[in-house]
Design a protein around this ligand. Structure first.
Ligand SMILES: *Cc1c(COP(=O)(O)O)cnc(C)c1O
Length: 398
């Protein structure tokens, strides 16, 4: 087969696949806009040697910094959100450093592993997974013990959907001289985030959540205090790929620690431009999230959280007598819509609807709630209300 025939075949297959593609209504990855997919097919250059690529990369990082309201330097790393979290811990942790791991969710607790791997001593501060961290209670704890090099916490912990008030917690930690590392992979661009006002030292984001690019990239904003802490280490950073210090002079030196994934970054840039062009981006997330909660509750479902709902995802308990698999499989197989269960301590217990980024639109959420209502009724859970109707009505009132 010659190359042109091959291209035609692949392209026609892609169209056919698209028509039967699942609607991805999960809490990341989410649906990707056409212009982002197209940008990933732009002609590529040699990102190590082409000076224009360094400008493009830096401009993209600067745009992210602007959108995150920070003067910190932003670096895009070639890897998933998890790489950003690990890089923050790898770069800051020295043997025997005490690190406060704020744990009111699965990702929150997960930071303890990164701290241990790099030789630090994680100290868990565990609170109720059904609600946000209470800043006043944390203050009481810190009055007894505040000897920590840094603290980790999650802005919005996706398995439960809890949104933590990083704008209160991080300034408090900082007032005790504790650096802060925040996982805002699902938080940013779905809920408000003012990095500098919140005194956050390292904040981590990902491509595939509210920004709505495909999975594959993480980015970190690093404050000058965090950079200083890395430079003043007594021991070397025990990683190359996760060493944030190596990025410090990439622009002046025209040198990246490894070859950057140009196509992914083209896609990311277009996704950022999409968010910037959408003037009602955060407000839209708030309204949709509110209306989804209204609809689920009206149907007689119960939400996992008692308080502190993120705008990115809604998490409800699997009704008694049903399993998550029954609901998820029926949604996929019969309605072509993918929603998510959960993992770790929440495995089998809850179901999650992702409504961040491109998923935060009336039509896709209406379809999802409509299908969910039918699935539940067919499985023997009688919905007390038509979720799609309640959803649409709740939006009118906002
Ligand atoms: C998605 C997500 C991550 C990153 O997970 P990946 O599997 O690396 O994409 C990290 N933290 C939170 C809170 C997330 O939602």
């Amino acid at each position: 087969m010659n190359l042109d025939d091959f291209k035609i075949e692949v392209c026609s297959k892609m169209t056919a696949v698209e028509e039967t593609t699942l609607k991805i209504m999960t809490p990341g990855p989410v649906q990707v806009a056409d212009n982002v997919r197209m940008a990933r097919s732009f002609i590529t250059t040699n990102p190590d040697l082409d000076k224009r690529f360094y400008d493009f990369y830096k401009e993209t990082c600067d745009l992210l910094a602007e959108e995150l309201h920070t003067k910190s330097n932003v670096y895009i790393l070639d890897g998933e959100g998890i790489l950003g979290l690990e890089a923050a811990c790898a770069s800051l942790t020295e043997p025997e450093d005490r690190v406060l791991v704020i744990d009111n969710g699965i990702f929150g607790k997960g930071f303890a592993d990164f701290v241990s791997i790099y030789g630090g001593e994680p100290v868990l501060y565990t609170t109720d997974y059904h609600r946000p961290v209470d800043t006043a209670a944390l203050k009481e704890f810190l009055e007894q013990d505040s000897n920590f090099k840094y603290a980790t916490l999650v802005h919005s912990d996706t398995p439960s959907g809890v949104l933590n008030p990083v704008d209160e917690i991080c300034p408090l930690l900082k007032s005790y001289g504790i650096l802060t590392v925040v996982d805002s992979v699902t938080g940013m661009f779905a809920d408000e985030l003012y990095v500098d006002n919140s005194k956050i030292d390292i904040v981590c984001g990902g491509s595939q959540k509210a920004l709505s690019a495909p999975s594959g990239l993480t980015f970190v904003a690093v404050s000058s205090d965090a950079m200083k802490a890395m430079e003043q280490r007594k021991t070397k950073i025990r990683s190359f790929y996760a060493n944030l210090l190596l990025f410090k002079t990439y622009y002046e030196d025209k040198w990246f620690p490894y070859t950057m994934p140009a196509s992914c970054i083209y896609g990311l840039r277009t996704a950022i431009d999409n968010v910037i062009a959408d003037k009602n981006h955060l407000y839209r997330h708030k309204c949709i999230a509110y209306a989804v909660r209204k609809a689920l509750k009206a149907a007689g479902l119960t939400l996992y959280l008692e308080d502190g709902y993120a705008s990115s995802v809604t998490v409800f308990n699997v009704p008694d007598g049903l399993t998550d698999r029954q609901i998820l499989d029926k949604m996929c197989n019969e309605y072509n819509i993918m929603i998510a269960g959960c993992f770790d301590v929440l495995a089998g217990k809850v179901i999650r609807i992702g409504h961040m980024g491109n998923n935060a639109n009336i039509s896709d959420i209406s379809d999802t709630l409509d299908a969910l209502g039918k699935v539940l009724n067919e499985l023997g859970f009688q919905c007390m209300a038509d979720m799609k109707k309640v959803f649409l009505k709740s939006l009118e009132k906002e």
